[in-house]
Design a binder for this molecule. Structure first.
Ligand code: GLU
Length: 482
């Protein structure tokens, strides 16, 4: 089994594209096959600088490794279409020789006027086959005189063409609706419609996976395969990824690309997991998958033809799940830049790692981190009303009393680890006859200066260290009038 991802370097890697790459990869890998990357850069006008790097980077970040492709090589290269022009020329010529294609010398003006009249008549076909009827001598004379030309495929005018798609089933079209499409353009570049067939054949692709916008062109590809006498691959066309019931997800409309999502704090592996489920359902109810797990579970039966809607909330939840499943070192690696950002790189490595431990279970997207932990670097200005908490049974008065008690205890504490401090405070509460929370809440508030903090009083105290903790508590005491 051989599949290929064949992106055109025309901009960002959008979500639908990445899903296609993922499914191609999974189809190959779940069957012990090979996954190939081919760059389709024959449309020079749509080429965007840097887009090729976006493709390579995205695949690398997501762990979708290709077995053959640019830079890694393989037996069927080159894998960049602009380096294969000689091949398209040769095969287009072969079709001309076979009588399956013909030279067309029509000028742009002529084609434009045909298009206009076809539109006026509501005709589906634009081209009138004028050049198909040229005699041999005239064609040769034109070629000798370098008259600009294209090569067009000669379509059958009668009958139907039927093909099978794994997702959509059998599809039949009337041949008379097919235009004599251009295979080779006047600049010597192939059209996508021609190049994809030549390359899929030469690269021995067995399963062609792509967006369903190519469904209607597939009969044309099959006619090309037949004209050459080549075997037709298995087709798997995918429904679009939607923004809502009616609109497709599209970068052009400002919808997030893979790179945008990463910048918004989503993990590549969570994005991959989420998009795997946009159009494919696993056999059981498990939803969290790593790429390796997907390689084992993926199967074609789970593909659906109904369009899937991209739901950022579901992705957010899934991102949190992936974060929770990481071990601390892995989480620290991804969280560290955000911790540094939130604390202006003012903390030690040990402190940052402890913060990572504190926030891991409470983080859904990485970009939430800086805002949640900035109090570690600097105590924010706060309103004393945040000491008052109904459930913790604290008011301004008892907060002051117990904060002082907590301060005295911390000052004497030998072991400044969270667990030991916590045990000590519990004993203190028992001695004073108050609730644990009546000491812990005011301490937490004084130490953090925020209403909601990741971690409780003793965890925060451990990270801040004795000196800073005492300083903040002293300030709290003075704020409360003590
Ligand atoms: N270059 C085409 C695209 O980016 C690929 C379509 C295909 O996979 O055949 O849409």
């Amino acid at each position: 089994m051989r599949t290929r991802f064949a992106p055109s370097p025309t901009g960002y890697m959008h979500i639908g594209n990445l899903r296609t790459a993922l499914y191609e990869y999974l189809i190959a890998k779940s069957n012990g096959g090979k996954f190939i990357l081919r760059i389709e850069d024959t449309d020079q006008e749509r080429y965007v600088e840097g887009a090729m790097d976006a493709i390579f980077n995205t695949l690398e970040m997501t762990g979708i490794k290709y077995d053959e492709g640019p830079y890694v090589g393989g037996d069927y290269g080159p894998y960049i279409q602009s380096e294969r022009l000689h091949l398209y020329k040769k095969y287009a010529q072969e079709l001309v020789d076979k009588g399956e294609a013909y030279y067309c010398f029509c000028t742009k003006e002529r084609l434009d006027s045909l298009k206009k009249s076809a539109a006026e008549l509501g005709d589906a076909l634009n081209y009138d086959r004028h050049c198909f009827y040229l005699d041999k001598e005239e064609v040769e004379k034109n070629l000798r005189n370098n008259v600009p030309h294209v090569i067009r495929q000669k379509m059958p005018t009668e009958g139907t063409t039927t093909f099978h798609d794994v997702v959509y089933g059998d599809i039949t079209i009337e041949n008379k609706t097919l235009e004599d499409q251009v295979l080779l353009k006047s600049d010597g570049y192939p059209t996508y419609n021609f190049a994809n067939v030549v390359d899929d054949h030469l690269m021995k692709i067995t399963h062609v996976v792509r967006g369903n916008e190519y469904l209607s062109s597939t009969p044309k590809y099959n006619l090309l395969y037949s004209a050459f006498g080549w075997e037709i691959p298995t087709y798997i066309h995918l429904p679009p990824v939607m923004k809502d019931q009616h609109t497709k997800l599209s970068k052009r409309h400002g919808d997030a690309s893979f790179q945008d999502l990463v910048e918004r704090g989503y993990l590549p592996k969570a994005i991959l997991n989420y998009i795997a489920l946009l159009g494919w359902s696993p056999k059981d109810t498990e939803e969290i998958f790593t790429l390796e797990e997907l390689e084992k579970s993926f199967n074609l039966d789970g593909l659906s033809k109904s369009p899937a809607i991209f739901d950022i909330e579901k992705l957010t939840w899934m991102n949190g799940e992936h974060i929770r499943r990481m071990d601390l070192d892995e989480f620290y690696d991804v969280a560290r830049p955000y911790i540094e950002k939130g604390t202006n790189s003012s903390l030690t490595e040990e402190q940052m790692k402890k913060i990572a431990g504190l926030i891991q279970k409470r983080t859904e997207v990485l970009t939430e981190i800086p805002g949640k932990i900035s109090f570690f670097a600097e105590l924010p200005d706060y309103d004393i009303q945040i000491y008052v908490h109904k459930k913790m049974k604290t008011d301004l008065e008892n907060s002051l009393t117990y904060l002082k008690e907590g301060f005295d205890y911390l000052k004497e504490a030998q072991d400044f680890t969270s667990n030991s401090l916590y045990e000590g405070i519990k004993e203190l509460a028992a001695k004073l006859g108050c609730k644990n929370s009546q000491i812990l809440w005011p301490m937490r508030t004084a130490l953090s200066g925020v209403e909601v903090s990741p971690g409780g009083a003793t965890e925060i105290a451990e990270i801040l260290g004795k000196e800073e903790s005492l300083k903040r508590m002293e300030y709290g005491i003075s704020k409360l009038g003590g």
